[in-house]
Design a protein around this ligand. Structure first.
Ligand SMILES: Cc1cc2nc3c(=O)[nH]c(=O)nc-3n(C[C@H](O)[C@H](O)[C@H](O)COP(=O)(O)OP(=O)(O)OC[C@H]3O[C@@H](n4cnc5c(N)ncnc54)[C@H](O)[C@@H]3O)c2cc1C
Length: 417
């Protein structure tokens, strides 16, 4: 019976351990923390957006950018439908929300972790908590086991599923990158991914303002780097929400080098001309009200004093007295409110790590390293990161499944090496 060690008890590691055990291996799962799935428990604000129902693999992989192609083989083996079946078969009731996002009906991510914990037990996987792996044992280009904080374990195959660098307090502190480097794998530059922005001179009045259905655009020197549509909110230091997280994926390199500009279109459904017409209607119908009162028609209450400062129109101006030039300023700011982005929040506030183990060093059919025999990688430790919407967990589950299945396989006698 083949002995397999899985390092890391997140979604990739738990799935890898289950699959390796289903395929007949004797499996030990080593987890650094005192619980399985700590980061997993935080996903989807504690509700866990497990996957997405998008049926086409080729459309699904677009959500990971250029590197999505690496996942085609894994998705052909174990995709969203298989993941849903896997969980439902073990009693988890799921629900679908807008945009094809799948959640547990209970809105409690711990229920998903429990499904895995129960199944691992049933399969006889040795789960060792508080067992941080310190070192890989390998001789030349063959893996032989690991040294962890409580001892040494020998194995025929090792799967590294240690996650990325973000939310390090959950245990995912980048150990797998070091294991990869010392065994001769390249690790690309690492950036906080799906991460909020710091904005220059944040007005404290804006803190907590939430906007639905806005368009965000990031530019540098008038060149558009990224555009996104959705929910947006201000914080004491800057901006967060689905729009910002999406934008952050596309500008991760540029944002390290320069201050970029964030443009917020507060009325993306309205052409400038329509807004002019609306203001003119207000002027005709209620000419005596103040500029400040009129803004209540256009903006959340908490944004009004900031907007008045931005447009430099005195708040008590009767709207009948607003000039054409001032009207243009109002429209311009509603359609294109600009902020200077000074950078992103740190890894500890990033949903994922962008970058990771170089994909050309890994066989996408098996997740085995091309450098070290019987060493496998799965999950966020790889140079794969996706959009919000359940894509990152699906990638972790799929690569974990493939790694587990292949790590458990007995070597063929005629295998070249
Ligand atoms: C706040 C937040 C919300 C998110 N929401 C979603 C969402 O709704 N949907 C979605 O698709 N994605 C979401 N993500 C992203 C998703 O959680 C990750 O992409 C996913 O957890 C990666 O899985 P993984 O198994 O590769 O790594 P991880 O989940 O990071 O697990 C790695 C495990 O390895 C352990 N480990 C690390 N080093 C060692 C070591 N040396 N020895 C032993 N064990 C070790 C860690 O303790 C950890 O348990 C969210 C992330 C965050 C932070």
């Amino acid at each position: 019976m083949k002995k397999v060690i899985v390092i890391g008890g997140g979604p990739a590691g738990m799935m890898a351990a289950c699959r390796a055990a289903e395929c007949g291996a004797e499996v030990t799962l080593l987890e650094k923390m005192n619980k399985l799935g700590l980061k997993f428990s935080l996903t989807g604000k504690g509700r866990c957006n497990i996957t997405n129902t998008e049926p086409e693999i080729m459309t699904f992989i677009e959500k990971y950018g250029q590197n999505g192609k690496f996942l085609i083989n894994a998705f052909n083996t174990f995709f969203n439908k298989e993941l849903i079946q896997f969980l439902e078969k073990r009693g988890l009731v799921l629900k679908e929300l807008s945009g094809g996002r799948i959640y547990p009906e209970s809105d409690n991510s711990w229920n998903v972790v429990d499904v895995f914990a129960d199944y691992l037990k049933k399969l006889g996987v040795h789960v060792q908590l508080e067992s941080s792996v310190r070192e890989l044992l390998h001789y030349k280009n063959v893996i032989g086991g690991v040294i962890h904080e409580n001892g040494t374990l020998l194995a025929d195959a090792v799967i590294i599923a240690t996650g990325g660098n973000s939310y390090s307090q959950t245990g995912s502190s980048g150990d797998g990158y070091q294991f990869a480097r010392v065994t001769g794998h390249k690790v690309t530059d690492l950036y906080p991914g799906l991460v909020p922005f710091n904005l220059l001179d944040m007005d404290t009045d804006l803190n907590g303002v939430k906007l639905k259905n806005v368009r965000g655009t990031v530019t540098t020197d008038d060149k558009i780097l990224s555009e996104a549509f959705g929910e947006f909110y201000f914080t004491e230091w800057g901006a967060d929400g689905s729009v910002i997280l999406r934008l952050s994926r596309d500008v991760k390199e540029e944002i390290q080098e320069d201050f970029l500009t964030l443009h917020v279109d507060l009325k993306p459904a309205l052409e400038e001309q329509k807004i002019h017409e609306r203001i003119l209607r207000e002027i005709n119908n209620n000419g005596k009200i103040s500029y400040k009162s009129m803004l209540k028609e256009f903006l959340p209450e908490k944004m009004i004093s900031f907007f008045i400062t931005k447009t430099q129109i005195p708040e008590d101006t009767k709207i009948a007295n607003i000039t054409k030039e001032q009207r243009e300023t109002i429209v311009r700011n509603l359609k294109n409110l600009t902020f200077t982005i000074t950078g992103t929040r740190s890894f500890d506030e990033a949903i994922v790590t962008s970058g990771g183990v170089e994909l050309s060093h890994i066989d996408p059919r098996t997740m085995e390293s091309k450098k070290i025999k019987n060493l496998y990688f799965a999950g966020e430790v790889l140079n794969i990161d996706g959009d919000t919407g359940g894509y990152n967990l699906q990638a972790a589950f799929s690569t974990g499944y493939v790694a587990g299945e292949n790590a458990a396989k007995e070597p063929h006698n005629n295998e070249e090496n």
